[in-house]
Structure formats: structure tokens, C-alpha cells
Design a protein. Structure first.
Length: 503
């Protein structure tokens, strides 16, 4: 529950001795003499038993059994301090959770130009099994030279502001169609009938589909059959993140033998690739007859001119990475604006002006990503040795940089648990000014050359839809706080007590 996430973050009296020791050692970490550093084996974390390691903590009844609670990641910090080691089970690597912004900066800045984010080993396994050794599988799963080559091919197209701007009018049409759909499925109580999360996913898929494929998928069609490719794709993307969480972030034996979940995952990955390919092929056929000028060409057309395989993989990855992320972010923003009516009124005022510049709109989204980020932390496998808070972490260490916790610490953001979009627009001399926070305390889109390639697209989609929604509806919330269930993403789960009244 969001309220529990907002408990006082740390109480020194309850923190164990390891934490106190870690802080003391931290004062001397700048030394180059690695001999004075502690071993990674000494990094605080749950106690370990012979053979089973830390497993007993995660079993039913164990003090960390509630891994699916929003508290989990904060619990680790409160118990063990700013660097925590969780041992990997059944062939998975240990994970180090880092809650210190300066150490985060030190590591991320000194990584080489091919940072490794070992996000989805099971998806990686599936995709690798389908291609030759030197063939790319996409940004989500590739590393090293293959990733670098792929990213430098797609960057000039995907990050070109002029190309992204091309979609603003059409994304606005998607947003307006979504508003119509919301009206049409609204009951007398002004709540949306059906599954709210499915509705937000439909909007997100229609939006990213437009960008990835250059055409409308018609997800809002009221007669869309349950077994239509669009509905299938939404379900698959959702299930893929879930299954990846089971296999890649929780203890699983799949590395030793094909478990039931592993077999299910392989089938799902195959199905997602097939449906994505179906959409891309359909778009390619449609594009052939359109005939566009150079300036009108969108992402898919431009990538197709460079390399068909790259275009296919990138479109498929956009359909994977761009749905649940955007859907949960818009839901979080609706929730925070519903709980902060005066901020919602202020936003509506700004939107009345019809000016192209909408700083408060952007600030609301930034603030929502700070308080309720859809990705809890950034992840790297280090490509060199690092001296972190007095411990020597060897090359190849898996580190999660937990901005979800850092971004709600008052040393970075005053009144950290309040929804204050103002902090993103006030001037430097205002104590709320966001620039006073450590720049690595809040990184909802990641960092550096490996950061989210869809950031500008996501921001445009969300800004466009949020603006239309707030112009049309007064969004309210009733009942207990919204539920967030952390998995490979932070999923907002029902009940969705939203009320959308006409303004
Ligand atoms: C609010 C929405 C979104 C959030 C918060 C988000 C967040 C992130 C984060 C944290 C990463 C990891 C960055 C790192 O490791 O440094 C990432 C990577 C990525 N995102 Fe997003 N994302 C969002 C939407 C999208 C959309 C709409 C797309 C589709 C275009 C997308 C495509 C990707 C891809 C392909 C990567 C891998 C990049 C690489 O490794 O080179 N994301 N995203």
C-alpha cells in the first residue's frame, strides 16, 4: 500500500550494528588502497546458513517472506543500511541493493561505454536460442558490442526530436478517442466499468503501437474480440513481465532443468514475438501503399530503410517495453492528482491557457515518477571493480540502485512524501528546488548511454493523454490507498476506486 511505503524511512535505533559500521567505514572510502576495504562477502544482509544460504528468510514464515510487498525493498534498507547483499539461489547471481546516491553516481559514471543491464535472463535465453551468435536480439537483451551496434543504429532515429514530434497530433487523436471510450464505458457512478488496468493498457498499446508501427491498432474498438491480436499482445506483455519476475528475480531452478514456469515462459516469449511480427508485417504492407515524403517518415519507415531485422526487433521491443510502463505511470499520476485536488485544479487552469508550454503538466508527471516510479531501481552488472561504502565489489557484481527509496528521503527532497509538482518548476532560491537533490537520487528513466530509449516518446504520450483527461474530467478517488505490487515492474493493482466526473 502506498501509505506503508511512506513510513518514516529510517530509524537509527532499529538499525543493526552492520549499518552503523558501514557508515563509519564510508568516511574513508575515497582511498585508492583496496587492501583496507572489506570483502563483498561482508556486505550486510540476511544471515546465511550452510547449503541453503539466505533461503530460509524467504520461505513462508521467514522475516523476508513478503517479497511481493512494497515494503520489501525499504525493509532491507531499514534492516541493513545503504548497501545490502541478497544471495542468489539456484545459479542466479547475488544482488546488491544500493541506497546511496553518491555511490550510485560513482559506479554509474565510471562504468564503460557498454554498460550491462542483466534484466531478463530467461528472455535473453529464449532470444539467444533463436539467433546465431553474432546476431542481435534487441536492446532489452543484448550486451557488449552487439548492444552498442544496435543502439547506435537506432539512436539517431529514436531520439530525433523532429521524428518524435511527428506523432504529437496522432497521439492526441488517440488520447481523444480514449476519452470517448472512457465516457462510453462509464457507469452512473462515474466509474469505469470493467478492468481499469486493462483500459490503461489499451491506451498505452494504442499509443506505442502508433509510434512503433505507424498505424492505429484500433484497441478501442468496442467489438474487439478477446482473442484479437491486440488483446493477445496486451495479455502477453503483462504475463511476460510476471513470468520474468518468477524466473529471474525469485529463486528458480530453471537454469538446471526446464521447470513448468520456464516452459510457460518460453511459449509466451514465442507468442509475443509472433504477434509483434504479425503487427510489423501488417504495417510494412500498409506503408508500401502510403508513399510518404522524407519529412513524413516515421520511426518504422526510417529503421526499415536502414535494416529490416533491426526495424522488426526494435518495433517488437517497443511493444514490450512501452505498454505496462506507460500504463502504470498514467495510473499513478491520476491517483496522485485525485488525492491532491488543489494540484489537479492548478493543472486544469494551466491547460485552459492553450499555451504550447505546459510546465505544470510536465512537473506533475515528474513528481509522479518520483513518488510512484514504475521501475523501482536501475540495474547493472559491473564491468570493473568498485569501492562502494568501504566494500570492494568485484567486476561482474549485480547492483540495483534503488531510486524508489532514495527519492523519498528528505536529505534529497524536502517534504519527500508529499506530491509537490512545484518542486520541479520553482527557482533555485526556493528550498523546494529539485536541483538541490542529488542527481542520482531520482532516475526513473535510468542513466547514460543505456538509459530508456523511449523516454521522450513516453513523456509525449503521457503528457498528451493526461492533458486531455484533466480537461475533460475531475478525477476523484475514494476508499483506502491504492495498492502497488512490486514485481519486475511496480504494478498498480486493484481495486481502482477512480471516479471521472465531467468538468
Ligand atoms: C514512463 C514510462 C517508462 C519508464 C519509467 C521507463 C523506464 C526505463 C528504465 C528505467 C530503463 C532502464 C534504463 C537503464 O538501464 O539505465 C528503460 C530501458 C528501456 N526502455 Fe523504457 N521506460 C518507459 C517507457 C518506455 C517506452 C514507451 C519505450 C518504447 C519506446 C521504452 C523502451 C525502452 C527500451 C528499449 C529500453 C532498453 C534501452 C537499452 O538498454 O539500451 N520505454 N526504460
Amino acid at each position: 500500500m502506498i501509505t506503508s511505503k511512506f513510513r518514516p524511512v529510517i530509524c537509527l535505533a532499529t538499525v543493526n550494528k552492520n549499518f552503523v559500521r558501514t557508515v563509519a567505514v564510508n568516511k574513508t572510502v575515497q582511498t585508492e588502497n583496496t587492501q583496507s576495504l572489506r570483502s563483498w562477502k561482508e556486505v550486510p544482509g540476511p544471515s546465511s546458513l550452510p547449503l541453503i544460504g539466505q533461503l530460509h528468510h524467504f520461505l513462508p514464515g521467514g522475516d523476508l517472506s513478503n517479497i511481493a510487498s512494497t515494503d520489501f525493498i525499504e525493509l532491507l534498507y531499514n534492516k541493513f543500511g545503504p548497501l545490502v547483499r541478497l544471495q542468489g539461489f539456484f545459479g542466479a547471481s547475488d544482488i546488491y541493493f544500493l541506497y546511496d546516491a553518491e555511490s550510485t553516481a560513482q559506479i554509474l559514471r565510471s562504468e564503460d561505454n557498454m554498460p550491462v543491464r542483466p534484466g531478463f535472463p530467461s528472455l535473453d535465453y529464449y532470444r539467444r536460442s533463436k539467433v546465431k551468435e553474432n546476431e542481435p536480439t534487441g536492446l532489452i537483451t543484448d550486451h557488449g558490442e552487439l548492444w552498442k551496434q544496435f543502439r547506435s543504429t537506432v539512436n539517431p532515429v529514436m531520439l530525433q526530436p523532429k521524428t518524435i514530434k511527428l506523432y504529437s497530433g496522432q497521439l492526441d487523436e488517440v488520447a481523444q478517442d480514449m476519452i470517448k471510450r472512457m465516457r462510453s464505458i462509464r457507469g452512473e457512478d462515474n466509474m469505469l466499468k470493467g478492468n481499469f488496468d486493462m483500459e490503461m493498457n489499451l491506451w498505452a498499446l494504442e499509443s506505442i503501437g502508433l509510434v512503433a508501427l505507424g498505424c492505429r491498432l484500433n484497441c478501442f474498438d468496442p467489438n474487439l474480440p478477446e482473442d484479437s491480436p491486440a488483446k493477445k499482445l496486451i495479455q502477453l506483455v503483462h504475463d511476460m513481465f510476471k513470468v520474468a519476475n518468477e524466473l529471474d528475480f525469485k529463486p528458480s531452478m530453471w537454469r538446471y532443468y526446464p521447470t513448468k514456469t520456464f516452459k510457460k515462459a518460453m511459449k509466451m516469449y514465442e507468442d509475443q514475438a509472433t504477434v509483434a511480427r504479425y503487427f510489423v508485417d501488417k504495417s510494412i504492407e500498409e506503408l508500401k501503399v502510403k508513399g510518404k515524403t522524407e519529412d513524413q517518415k516515421g520511426i518504422l519507415e526510417k529503421l526499415l530503410e536502414i535494416n529490416k531485422e533491426v526495424a522488426l526487433i526494435m518495433a517488437s521491443d517497443m511493444l514490450f517495453a512501452g505498454v505496462d510502463t506507460a500504463a502504470n505511470t498514467i495510473t499513478a499520476t491520476f491517483y496522485l492528482l485525485a488525492k491532491n485536488q488543489e494540484k489537479q485544479d492548478k493543472l486544469r487552469e494551466e491547460l485552459k491557457s492553450d499555451s504550447e508550454k505546459r510546465p505544470y503538466l510536465r512537473a506533475c508527471i515528474k513528481e509522479s515518477l518520483r513518488l510512484m516510479p514504475v521501475v523501482a531501481g536501475n540495474f547493472r552488472m559491473t564491468t570493473k571493480e568498485h569501492n562502494v561504502l568501504g566494500y570492494l565489489l568485484p567486476k561482474g557484481t549485480h547492483v540495483s540502485f534503488v531510486h524508489q527509496t532514495m527519492a523519498i528521503q528528505d536529505k534529497h527532497f524536502p517534504k519527500p512524501k508529499e506530491f509537490l509538482p512545484e518542486r520541479w518548476i520553482v527557482s533555485k532560491d526556493d528550498p523546494l528546488y529539485h536541483g538541490n537533490a542529488h542527481p542520482f537520487a531520482n532516475m526513473p528513466f535510468g542513466f547514460g548511454v543505456r538509459s530508456c530509449i523511449g523516454r521522450r516518446i513516453a513523456e509525449l504520450e503521457i503528457e498528451t493523454f493526461l492533458a486531455r483527461a484533466i480537461q475533460n474530467f475531475k478525477v476523484e478517488w475514494f476508499g483506502p490507498p491504492i495498492q502497488v505490487t512490486p514485481s519486475s515492474l511496480n504494478y498498480i493493482t486493484g481495486p481502482f476506486n477512480f471516479v471521472f466526473k465531467d468538468v
